[in-house]
Write a protein that binds this ligand. Structure first.
Ligand code: GLA
Length: 504
């Protein structure tokens, strides 16, 4: 089915009339589901037939109405196709409905989720109450000018270590630890609450935190009093990735709520929004809608786009009001995933610069899944890439080795360099990569990475830095300076060397 045809079918289903007076199939009518699994959260099925033509839709909490494509009755079952997501091999899935003792059993699949839910007959009135309110998307407005994030944002985010198990007390503890460990003074500023803080909306539609966050204003004040900033998380879809309430249909209202609570940063994660915004045009418009809403609050709120690097987000992330945009799916605490992102999926350097950064995802340093050399590579890669530095471990349990990696001022200075150039590979030789990043003070940062599993010796040259000769070399991890480059560097397996060189 073509996109246009699909859109027409979807529209027809949205305008579907209530159950026809004269039911033609046993499935005609409204069916209600009260105990369906939370994802995608089937609430209702509506079927109408006229003559041989059957129309229908399944309403869900995650994706709103799912239109039945080509519904037909075969061997006593209602069979239809439904659009799928995140599965190139199966852009559509076959669903089926069977009838038994006056109840329907709906079975299908969407993404990785098997749907198997039992429903009972409902009334047109019940259907109205459960109808999904489709929120129209505003047209793409003019580019939004940003003055925030002149350098890549630095801080901490709850997801990598705590996932949904985050609460007010832990956020406060992270703010305290950020100060007492010296991380704040090394440059880390944002304490960001990721998914899992949301409760329900009140009668006026205002989003409330869940009971793990009793007082958001008090929490932001606590964090601000420590010289820090604080971030929050939402989605353009009805549900966040962990299944919490998203901002769909409440975009401006939520932006005002976040500003009113005192937040300084919003990570906006596509999640269920990918169903509604499956192409570049709609994704851009949905992100711009929030970008404009944040700007309208008058509060300087950094806008972090999380749509996994789709549709070349770096080429339009700034225009929709973003200061950083994720370049990939999620990092995990292992060398393979970290290296895949850092070396290969860290975004187009041409898109990065002051007020707009490729975000290679939150750091895993300190979470325990990589060796010290691998974590050094992680930090070196992110700094060379001018990626945001969002720590992702329990700050109360930062070992001296991890603290040294995270607070090295020379390495942080490369990440935070005011020229804002994203470094890139200038030479690859087997498992060895040399990266260069020109700095504001005229020096060039060079990194030598060993992606192999054996120690390797390798030379850096002036040409790697685009220079004819070198007058000074600083080893950024040790701080030691020398007049020239050594004959070669010995780099441990999965390790990195990082220097800044001056020409002359
Ligand atoms: C997505 C994002 C992650 C995290 C989770 C929360 O997977 O990419 O960074 O925010 O959602 O559910």
């Amino acid at each position: 089915m073509t996109r246009a045809l699909f859109a027409a079918t979807a529209l027809a289903a949205i305008m579907l009339a209530p159950a026809a007076a004269s039911a033609r199939t046993a499935f005609d009518g409204v069916w209600l589901f009260d105990k369906a699994p939370p994802m995608p959260g089937v609430t209702m099925m509506e079927v109408t037939s006229r003559g041989t033509r059957i129309e229908g839709r399944v309403t869900t909490l995650w994706y709103g109405p799912i239109t039945m494509i080509d519904p037909r009755v075969e061997n006593g079952r209602l069979i239809f196709d439904a659009r799928n997501i995140n599965d190139r091999d199966h852009p559509f899935r076959r669903w089926s409905v069977s009838l038994d003792k006056g109840q329907v059993r709906l079975q299908g699949q969407i993404w990785a989720t098997e749907v198997d839910a039992t429903g009972y007959r409902g009334t047109a009135k019940a259907a109205k109450a459960r109808a999904f309110k489709v929120a129209p998307l505003p047209p793409l407005g003019a580019p939004i000018a940003s003055r925030l994030a002149a350098t890549p944002p630095m801080g901490w985010s709850s997801w990598n270590r705590f996932a949904e198990h985050i609460d007010d007390e832990t956020v406060r503890a992270m703010a305290d630890a950020m100060v007492s460990s010296g991380l704040r003074d090394a440059g880390y500023r944002y304490v960001n609450i990721d998914d899992g803080w949301q409760g329900r909306r009140d009668a006026n539609g205002v989003l409330q935190p869940n009971d793990k966050f009793p007082d958001m204003k008090a929490l932001t004040a606590y964090v601000h009093a420590r010289g820090l900033k604080i971030g929050i998380y939402s989605s353009p879809g009805p549900r966040t990735c962990a299944g919490y309430e998203g901002s769909y249909g409440h975009v401006a209202q939520d932006a005002r709520t976040f500003a009113d609570w005192g937040f300084d940063y919003l990570k906006y994660d596509l999640c269920s929004g990918e169903w509604f915004y499956p192409n570049a045009d709609t994704v851009k418009r949905s992100y711009r809608e929030m970008g404009a809403a944040l700007q309208a609050t008058g509060r300087g709120i950094v806008f972090s786009l999380c749509e996994y690097g789709r549709f070349e987000v770096g080429s339009w992330g700034r225009d929709v009001g973003g200061q950083l945009w994720r370049t990939t799916g999620d990092i995990t605490d292992d060398y393979e995933t970290m290296a895949k992102i850092g070396f290969e999926r860290n975004g187009d350097p041409d898109h990065a610069g002051p007020h707009g950064w490729n975000d290679a995802d939150m750091l895993e340093i300190g979470n325990g899944g990589m060796s010290l050399d691998e974590y050094r590579t992680h930090m070196t890669l992110w700094a060379m890439s001018a990626s945001p530095l969002m720590m992702g471990h329990d700050l109360r349990r930062t070992t001296p080795e991890m603290l040294a990696l995270l607070t090295n001022r020379h390495v942080i200075a490369v990440d935070q360099d005011p020229r804002g150039i994203q470094g890139k590979a200038v030479r690859k030789d087997g498992r060895i990569e040399v990266w260069a990043k020109p700095l504001a003070d005229g020096r060039v940062a060079l990194a030598l990475f060993n992606r192999g599993t054996d120690e390797a010796s390798f030379a850096l040259t002036a040409a790697d830095a685009g220079l004819r000769s070198i007058s000074q070399v600083q080893d950024l991890w040790s701080g030691a300076t020398a007049a020239g480059l050594p004959e070669s560097y010995t780099v441990p397996a999965h390790g990195a060397v990082m220097v800044a060189v001056r020409g002359g």
